[in-house]
Design a protein around this ligand. Structure first.
Ligand code: ADP
Length: 282
């Protein structure tokens, strides 16, 4: 009993902390830098920075597209996967616990993820950040309910890519150990057959200065990626209905690599007239 009450108490503390942080974050975000107004039916007109969520399977490109949009919109890109990896790299208090879970392709507990997310939001708030694009959170219905209890999410972008490409994209992922740049050495070339179209995604190769410094994520090995895909289908797929029912889900089928997909995504988000410096850098 004592153990249970201690557990409940600590859980309550963590959840109260995210409640406080996100509430403060949302109200301060009313003072908008971009005063973005969106006219899509799933996203009402906004007078504050966007609060968007990216959903999608491992390897679909959430980090790539969320990163590009955050640069465009001037909001922080908050990836819970990155927060977990930072905790691991810094050998923080939770590192040994997290290492095992991540390398098995399983989900970290809601309490730990919310703790890491709260701290990230607090740090951002003290730097004057407002709005956000969340990548990798929520990943369970419970996480979505907690988020819904504390702030309004304007839009949930559900990225979809043909299943044949997902595994190859995860296995081809490389990170520069020095600059942190994300690359992909996989060349996806799916031949069209039985009426379904082919798909080509060129590799995203690193510049020469990064070539010798590339590393692979410890969870980007075949067995673990397959488990992550299984866990996604079991735990995260129900989020599509959760947000669809609320009229917040924007489904986006990636037509190919970045050159084909990025302009179409901007169009789907009614952002195609935005001054897009990131596409020039593509
Ligand atoms: P993916 O490429 O599979 O989308 P991420 O980089 O988002 O992976 O996350 C890496 C790992 O971090 C996950 O496999 C999981 O162990 C953990 N993680 C990230 N976000 C969450 C979350 N919201 N809830 C639970 N675990 C998470």
């Amino acid at each position: 009993m004592a153990v249970l009450s201690r557990l409940l108490k600590s859980r309550h503390c963590v959840f109260s902390s995210i409640l406080c942080t996100i509430r403060t974050f949302s109200s301060s975000s009313l003072i908008s830098r971009t005063h973005l107004r969106l006219s899509s039916s799933s996203s009402p007109s906004l007078e504050r920075n966007v609060q968007w969520v990216f959903l999608g399977c491992p390897g679909v490109g959430k980090g790539t597209y969320a990163g590009r949009l955050t640069k465009l919109l001037g909001v922080p890109h908050i990836s819970t996967g990155d927060l977990v990896r930072e905790e691991l790299a810094n050998r923080g208090a939770l590192a040994s616990q997290l290492e095992k879970i991540v390398n098995q392709g399983h989900l970290v507990s809601d309490e730990i993820i919310i703790d890491l997310l709260s701290k990230r939001l607090e740090a951002g708030e003290s730097r004057g950040e407002s709005g956000f694009i969340l990548d990798g959170f929520p990943r369970t219905i419970r996480q979505a309910e907690i988020l819904e209890g504390v702030t309004d999410i304007d839009l949930v972008i559900n990225l979809k890519l043909r299943e044949e490409a997902l595994l190859a994209k995860c296995l081809g992922r490389r990170i520069c150990s020095e600059c942190g740049g994300n690359y992909n050495i996989a060349c996806i070339d799916i031949k069209g057959e039985n009426g379904s179209p082919g798909m080509y995604m060129a590799p995203l190769l690193p510049p020469s200065e990064c070539t010798n410094k590339l590393i692979t994520r410890s969870d980007d090995i075949e067995e673990v990626v397959k488990e992550r895909l299984r866990v996604y289908n079991e735990m995260s797929l129900p989020l599509e209905d959760f947000y669809r029912c609320r009229g917040k889900l924007l489904e986006f089928d990636l037509p190919g690599g970045i050159p084909e997909s990025w302009p179409k995504l901007l169009e789907a988000l009614h952002l195609d007239n935005y001054n897009d410096e990131t596409s020039l850098a593509a």
